[in-house]
Design a protein around this ligand. Structure first.
Ligand code: SF4
Length: 352
């Protein structure tokens, strides 16, 4: 698919836009002021594969914690700031790699100028994060509500303010909690600017509805070539947001990281405890980065075909299954050892 041409910004060592791989990001759920807990969450999210981590910086104490967090972080950090421009300045001094602000709510022109100047000096990009729930009254009146047009006008007006100050390292997001409005807003923005776009459906919900909403919204846009970085918002562990983000990209062939596990839903033909085998394989391969395709199939109907196409796979039968490697049957494995053998095979193949 052809991706929309966008300008590139650098967030620490991670490039966003300009044809760079689509970056997956998430947000910590700890209290940022609690450095120990937040640093541990950042490390855990880095291990889960996230490219960037964003932190809420609601007050001065949280801003004070940033220096230690930046210092120990294995991935670039983004400070999320509302209302108080001094927090943005503190975050920049602490060494964050990106700011998420809403220039519309951090005060007058002199304050926006102070933040833009400090960010420019440090080569730190700014995301203008427009949210349908907090649009300017002026635009709500003009458009009769938080419409996609209003959201895009808000973002581009704020971007023009930064551009007017000589600041162009801008990323835009246009989030609403419903998929149609989100998609429409991003499509509009994609045609009207070359800023890299941070995609997300906000307040998407719990694990299942949130993942479905995000997959539909982000999937539609990504399939049209729109989007440079993504965040899946879930009322859940942030590591699941990261995992969902990579799965969306993988489903569209946009990024492959870690094992892809192909497993059948099982049916009355399956004669082994396949869901348990899949859970064990998933758990055993968590954290692996090498791209590898693993098939875990329940019977001889589609099992051998899928297992043959994977790098390694099993097609289960009664009490066990046939093990495939590189398209060939290489052995028979008893049910109790299916997961263990698959994990060992994957580890062996990805080492060499
Ligand atoms: S592979 Fe076999 S067990 Fe799995 S869903 Fe298909 S028919 Fe059922």
């Amino acid at each position: 698919m052809t991706r929309r041409a966008s300008r590139q910004v650098k967030v620490g060592a991670v490039a966003i836009g300009g044809g760079a791989p689509i970056a997956v990001q998430t947000m910590t759920k700890t209290d940022t002021r609690d450095v120990t807990a937040t640093a541990a969450e950042i490390r855990r999210l880095a291990e889960a594969g996230t490219d960037l981590v964003r932190l809420a910086v609601p007050d001065h104490e949280a801003a004070e914690a940033l220096a230690a967090l930046v210092h120990g972080s294995p991935v670039p950090l983004v400070a999320d700031i509302h209302f108080d421009y001094r927090l943005a300045l503190e975050a920049l001094r602490a060494g964050v790699d990106k700011l998420r602000i809403n220039p519309g709510n951090i005060g007058g022109a002199d304050r926006v100028r102070a933040v833009a100047t400090a960010a420019k000096e440090r080569g730190v990009p700014i995301r203008i994060g427009v949210n349908a729930g907090s649009l300017e009254d002026r635009l709500i009146d003009k458009y009769g509500g938080p419409t996609p047009q209003a959201m895009v006008e808000s973002a581009l007006t704020q971007a023009a303010v930064l551009e007017g100050l000589g600041f162009g390292d801008i990323v835009i997001s246009l989030k609403a909690s419903d998929v149609r409005r989100t998609v429409e807003a991003y499509r509009l923005a994609a045609g009207r600017c070359d800023y890299p776009l941070h995609l997300g459906v906000t307040e998407a919900g719990g694990l299942l509805p949130g993942t479905v909403k995000s997959s539909v919204g982000l999937g539609l846009l990504l399939a049209e070539g729109i989007g440079d970085t993504i965040r899946v918002s879930l009322t859940e562990d942030s590591a699941l947001e990261v995992r969902a983000g990579f799965e969306i990209l993988r489903a569209l062939g946009l990024r492959s990281s870690g094992p892809e596990i192909i497993s059948c839903p099982t049916c009355g033909r399956c004669q082994v405890g396949l869901p348990e085998v899949v859970r064990e394989v998933e758990a055993g391969l968590r954290g692996l980065r090498a791209p590898i395709k693993v098939a875990v199939m329940g019977c001889a109907v589609n099992g051998p075909g899928e297992a043959r196409e994977a790098d390694v796979g099993v097609a289960a039968g009664k009490g066990g299954g046939l093990l495939f490697r590189g398209g060939q049957v290489v052995g028979r494995v008893p049910e109790g050892e299916l997961a263990k053998v698959l994990i060992e095979e994957v580890r062996r193949l990805t080492r060499g």
